[in-house]
Design a protein around this ligand. Structure first.
Ligand code: SF4
Length: 690
């Protein structure tokens, strides 16, 4: 091909929170090449296998290209194609009817963590301004909400403390319940390089011996659900043995004495009993943390998807405060964001308690500001928190939530206890799903609206390091599909709010004019490979490293927040004697709606399995390839065994991508009571040989 025939467009990967940007080289709808560049701020010349090869879904024959409306036929309910006018008029009419009959809080919205920041903003704008409810959420409920809570409690912002560059430059990287080798591969490659070439130390705490654990200087293999006790015991040891940063604590942190006292129960002996990690290894780890010049601590679903996810996240941030590891280059807490724009979906208001920029809906001055900006009286906006994902599905099951609008999320598959979630969707009066495929969630819908992937529209995403980046339209929408922001704008117009947006840049300008956190964000400042890390001042100054001038509390001081250990909501017993760990695989993404289509990375990893440790396998007479039934209190799945020392003891592991049948038939409704995140990792199972 002659160069002139090749179109080169900058875009941002949609597969994880690293936020790799690169050029897509295309001819018509054919993707010829993914070309990273040294100018890409998060990744430079690196990408992983998904970013490079997992794009066949864009031209999949299974893409939705026309709106669909459910209708009852002689052979049961089925979908028929409809025009955009008919579908949007129906959605507008039904939402208004339900709002006027049952009240604003009878409708819930789930925004997409894969859609753009601008689309997240419009999702919550329709919910809050037109419907009058704060019942809007996104998939961070299933992953990062506990981590955000831990950071809000202790340091004031919920985002990563610094940048990927800080992780690279730290003296010590601590990974707790985070398998970055498969889930955030480009960050993993930077840590591997720093470890090998610069002598950066690596400490891994995880029940599963993944690739990064194999590389660690110290690897603590703890029992599932013991993290809070282990982390608090390390913190107590550091305080008791002169390894804390007392000057930092005295000058920059509140509640130090009460926190010291709260650690009394967390002896090394207690931590050893609960975690199974010998005391000498705990001491070695505590000394490594206490003596390091700079520490970055990364955590993910291995911590958050527990009934103590928020408290364990709090304990991790406490540990960083005690050792003075905030506000300097190479330090800080880094909850690794899973979806590419789960950070942005939350930042731009798809949460039940905040407007964009983390402004609380129950504060009168905040409500007044947003009402004025949107041209309505403050009374038009709800003054109380709405429902989150977890509560919406539960209320739908009880018949109290009458309608839901789900954008780009596989809630029917991703929520825990799939049978209960399915009941919620079957029970709801009116369900709208906006997606690029007829997902399992869409199959419950009354109206399905065909949306576009990021390659077919303009917008911005925000990655795990709070970095806002522009992505550009690579190719036109497929068939009659439309960008989510256009669909939402057209729906709003049909409900009496003609906002007149003709480009997403106008939406970003509107947000920047209202939310202080994004005051200086504009498309001009994001041109080319430029990016901005929030908070962004009006003059465009951004913030790669937080807390250099104090913490995000009125007195500028951080707050140590005591926590207590509690037993997991579900534990192994004589009937269900094993604990099921679960997580993502390098080649796949979540429910595989994108990575599971033909082509792409699917052939690299075409099937699912259960990992069993060698000793357990020998005791049960199992070997590689044996078929077993994995049974929990809620359901059962049949699959093949992989015998590996990645797992040990009574822990077994399954990829989360097992959706036919759904892995969440096994998981339960128990959750973290602080943030309602399902405790996916607290699932007791037994294994039956087939
Ligand atoms: Fe995409 Fe994440 Fe891979 Fe980067 S590391 S290419 S953002 S999946």
């Amino acid at each position: 091909l002659r160069q002139a025939e090749i179109k080169k467009t900058k875009t941002v990967c949609t597969y994880c929170g690293v936020g790799c940007s690169f050029e897509m080289w295309t001819r018509d709808r054919h993707l010829l090449r993914v070309q990273p560049t040294i100018d890409a701020p998060a990744n430079g010349i690196s990408t992983c296998v998904k970013g490079r090869f997992a794009w066949d879904f864009i031209n999949s024959k299974e893409r939705l290209t026309r709106p669909l409306i459910r209708e009852a036929g002689p052979d049961g309910a089925r979908f028929r194609e409809a025009s955009w006018d008919e579908a949007l008029n129906l959605v507008a009419r039904r939402l208004v009817e339900i709002r006027d009959t049952h009240g604003p809080d009878s409708i819930g919205f789930i925004g997409s963590s894969k859609a753009s920041n601008e689309e997240a903003y419009l999702t919550q704008k329709i919910a809050r301004l037109i419907i009058g409810t704060n019942s809007v959420d996104n998939s961070s409920r299933y992953c990062q909400n506990p981590a955000t809570k831990g950071l809000f409690r202790t340091v004031g912002y919920g985002g990563d403390a610094g940048s990927i560059k800080d992780i690279e430059s730290a003296d010590l990287v601590v990974l707790v319940g985070s398998n970055i080798g498969e889930n955030h591969p480009v960050i993993a490659s930077k840590v591997k390089r720093a470890h090998k070439l610069r002598g950066q130390k690596l400490l891994v705490i995880d029940p599963r011996k993944h690739e990064m654990a194999e590389r660690a200087d110290i690897y603590l293999r703890n029992r599932p659900s013991s993290d809070l006790a282990l982390v608090c015991a390390l913190t107590r040891y550091i305080l008791d043995h002169g390894l804390a940063d007392e000057k930092f604590l005295a000058e920059k942190v509140n509640n130090v004495d009460a926190y010291r006292e709260s650690l009394a129960p967390f002896t090394l002996e207690m931590a050893e009993n609960l975690s199974g990690v010998p005391q000498d290894q705990l001491i070695e780890a505590a000394q490594m943390i206490g003596r390091a010049g700079s520490v970055c601590l990364l955590w993910a679903m291995g911590i958050t998807q527990h009934s103590q996810g928020a408290d364990t996240s709090t304990a991790l941030s406490n540990l960083l405060l005690v050792t003075g590891n905030y506000g300097r280059p190479g330090t800080g807490g880094y909850p690794m964001r899973g979806h590419n724009n789960v950070q942005g979906a939350s930042d731009f208001g798809c949460l039940k308690n905040i407007y964009p920029g983390y402004e609380y809906v129950d504060q009168p001055a905040v409500r007044e500001k947003w009402a004025k900006a949107w041209g309505v009286p403050p009374e038009a906006l709800s003054d109380h928190f709405g429902l989150d994902n977890f509560e919406m599905v539960a209320e739908a099951g009880k018949g109290k939530l009458k309608a839901m609008y789900v954008i780009g999320e596989e809630t029917a598959v991703s929520d825990s206890n799939a049978a209960s979630t399915q009941h919620g969707f079957e029970n709801i009066d009116f369900l709208v799903v906006q997606d690029i495929f007829l997902s399992r969630t869409a199959q419950f819908a009354d109206v399905v609206l065909p949306a576009c992937p990021s390659t077919e529209k303009d917008g911005t995403f925000t990655n795990t390091e709070r970095r806002i980046q522009r992505f550009h339209q690579v190719m036109p929408p497929l068939g009659d599909s439309r960008p989510d922001w256009q669909i939402l704008s057209e729906l709003a117009a049909r409900m009496g709010h003609d906002w007149g947006y003709t480009h997403p840049s106008q939406i970003m300008d509107e947000v920047a004019g209202i939310a202080d956190l994004f005051a200086g964000v504009s498309y001009e400042r994001l041109e080319g490979w430029k990016s901005l890390q929030w908070p962004v001042a009006e003059d465009g100054t951004d913030t790669p490293l937080l807390y250099t001038d104090g913490f995000q509390f009125p007195d500028g001081k951080a707050r140590l927040h005591p926590v207590q250990w509690q037993a997991p909501a579900e534990d192994a017993d004589s009937e269900y004697d094993l604990m099921l760990d679960n997580g993502r695989m390098l080649e796949h993404f979540q429910s595989t709606n994108q990575s599971g289509r033909d082509g792409g990375t699917k052939p690299m990893s075409p099937d699912w399995f259960v990992e069993i440790g060698p000793q357990l396998a020998a005791e049960r007479g199992l070997e590689d390839g044996s078929w077993v039934r994995v049974v929990s209190r809620r359901g059962a799945l049949e699959l093949r065994v992989v015998v590996t020392d990645r797992v040990a003891g009574n822990t077994v592991f399954m990829p989360i991508h097992h959706v036919k049948p759904n892995m969440n038939r096994l998981t339960g409704e128990h959750h973290d009571p602080v943030v309602n995140t399902p405790a996916y990792k607290e699932t007791a199972v037994r294994i039956e040989k087939l």
